[in-house]
Design a protein around this ligand. Structure first.
Ligand SMILES: *[C@@H]1O[C@H](CO)[C@@H](O)[C@H](O)[C@H]1NC(C)=O
Ligand SMILES: *[C@@H]1O[C@H](CO)[C@@H](O)[C@H](O)[C@H]1NC(C)=O
Ligand SMILES: *[C@@H]1O[C@H](CO)[C@@H](O)[C@H](O)[C@H]1NC(C)=O
Length: 492
């Protein structure tokens, strides 16, 4: 049957017969220019979640038994292919010079469980304003022995409701700011202990197929040129002693997340991506302190393009259903806008986040934050929507867009002679484009055979669906431009 869009193909639901293995190991993926690419040259888009975001508080190990780990089995249904997994220095080195192997083993089990669900891990050295004894008892991350200011300037950890404005109070916390200065200056060898830890972790994870890379320091405070940049250089040297392949994720200074240009010096190391954070949902449209996401992207893309490296969104999210100022900032609209922008540029990212034991009282379990994508019954909240996206594109990407109202997804790309050659050399893999296509979660039909799949042109592409991984895999046998449109069948 010929439709006005081209030929309508009924794609058979072929389960294990045509099963195309798409689960990546870390060593499949590297960086090439501004893209993440796999070992057969396909462009890879990594999407997922920060988790478990309730790991910021002692005992730091929320997913510590079979039952809680088994809950990670729902993540593939959301399309999670990467997790930014919080790692806490205070948990790992509670006493100076003594690593807590129980914590490391906990972390390794978590990483392995995620990998069994097809999810790669980015190790996230998490902290917020250094330590829970700083930022008026609202920080977290570094152990108490690493604090460099007098105990009289410290506060008992609080991390409760009166910490809601923690991000704004940070720069006014004189003790905290002084402490960062002393840390970067190498006072008492604490900076060296930080680097020792990275070296140890790189040795630990170097051959772990589940670990794609390291986020050296979450939302760092300090001067990008004289403090943060040099720390990244030193950490990279330690990491590269043991691990050449891991992708390093570097973050601008925390307040650049409002959408301003970073002054980070261009790194001398390679195989890295710049990992931005952006939270713009609650900005007041009349007193703009945070740029729109589109503006922020313009500024940041300019920088990553100048360095010829990929950008990745390590954090973003929505913390409330409603924004009284503007309908566009209601959680579902805001989140959908955010992913639309990522889609238009084929960018990856990890949303903040997945709270394993969300409840209305403690919420995300830290500073009264409310970003969890699941509620107390672990049902998805309004700040997350399951959406299709291309996991691997074999060829030169054209346009990708998702219409979440009409439930239509469209991808165009160009298959070249090089694509076909890569395919021929890899049993078809290099010429196979893979899409996450959540039949129930997005298209809202029970089975893949109730989807209308239009391929233009009608020949040259063979698609099959994996019900296990909710993916369409389309193998190209002819060069040329292709367009794939997927939507629910219209019942005439
Ligand atoms: C990753 O690389 C291995 C070895 O080359 C390969 O067998 C596997 O299929 C690759 N995975 C994907 C998803 O392409
Ligand atoms: C983009 O970067 C160039 C230098 O690399 C600079 O001159 C230009 O102003 C930048 N544009 C924006 C929008 O930031
Ligand atoms: C927390 O988030 C949920 C889901 O977005 C929302 O229903 C609730 O109103 C939020 N609470 C506050 C205080 O914003």
């Amino acid at each position: 049957m010929k439709t006005k869009h081209g030929w309508c193909l009924r794609v058979l639901v072929i389960l294990s017969l045509f099963f195309v293995q798409y689960v990546y190991s870390a060593s499949n993926i590297t960086i090439k220019g501004t893209e993440f690419v796999d070992d057969v040259g396909r462009i890879v888009v990594l999407r997922g979640l920060n988790l478990p975001i309730n790991a910021k508080m002692a005992p730091f190990t929320p997913l510590n038994d079979k039952k809680s780990l088994s809950r990670l089995q729902t993540l593939p249904l959301y399309g999670t292919s990467i997790a930014r997994v919080l790692f806490t220095w205070e948990a790992f080195e509670p006493e100076r010079g003594q690593y807590n192997m129980d914590y490391l083993n906990y972390y390794l089990t978590l990483v392995e469980t995620l990998y069994s669900q097809g999810i790669l891990t980015m190790v996230d050295m998490h902290q917020d304003f250094y330590s829970r004894w700083l930022n008026l008892g609202c920080g977290e991350g570094f152990p108490r022995w690493a604090i460099l200011v007098d105990p009289i300037l410290q506060k008992n950890p609080f991390n409760g409701p009166r910490c809601v404005a923690w991000i704004l109070q940070g720069p006014f916390d004189v003790a905290g700011k002084l402490n960062w200065k002393l840390f970067y200056a190498g006072e008492n060898g604490v900076r060296d202990r930080f680097l020792d830890m990275w070296e140890y972790l790189a040795k630990t994870f170097a051959d772990n197929p589940a670990v794609i890379g390291y986020d050296i320091l979450n939302e760092p405070y300090g001067d990008e040129v004289s403090e943060i940049g040099p720390l990244y250089e030193d950490a990279a040297k330690r990491i590269r002693k043991h691990d050449q392949k891991a992708i390093l994720f570097i973050e601008p200074q925390i307040y650049k997340g409002a959408g301003s240009k970073t002054n980070l010096p261009q790194p001398t190391f390679d195989n890295y991506a710049v990992a931005f954070h952006y939270y713009g949902q609650t900005r007041d449209p009349h007193k703009i302190i945070v740029s729109s996401f589109e503006e922020a992207l313009t500024i940041w893309t300019n920088q990553t393009e100048a360095w010829d490296v990929p950008m990745f969104f390590g954090e973003f999210g929505a913390n409330t259903d409603k924004n009284p100022d503007n309908d566009d900032f209601q959680a579902p609209n805001y989140i959908s806008m955010f992913y639309d922008e990522l889609d238009a540029r084929l960018l990856g990212g990890t949303q903040w986040g997945w709270t394993d034991d969300y409840n209305d009282r403690t919420r995300d379990g830290w500073n009264n934050e409310n970003f969890s994508i699941v509620d107390a019954r672990r049902n998805l909240r309004s700040n997350f929507a399951v959406r299709p996206y291309p996991k691997a594109i074999a060829g030169i990407p054209g346009q990708f867009k998702v219409d979440s109202i009409e439930k239509v997804m469209e991808l165009s790309w160009e298959v070249t002679a090089a694509t076909l050659a890569a395919g021929a050399a890899s049993g078809g893999r290099g010429a196979t484009t893979v899409l996450f296509a959540p039949v129930q979660g997005f298209f809202a039909v029970p089975h893949a055979n109730q989807l209308d799949i239009q391929v233009t042109p009608a020949t040259g592409l063979t698609c099959s669906y994996s019900a296990d991984w909710l993916t369409f895999s389309c193998l190209a046998s002819q060069a040329g431009g292709y367009t794939l449109v997927i939507q629910p069948q219209q019942i005439a």
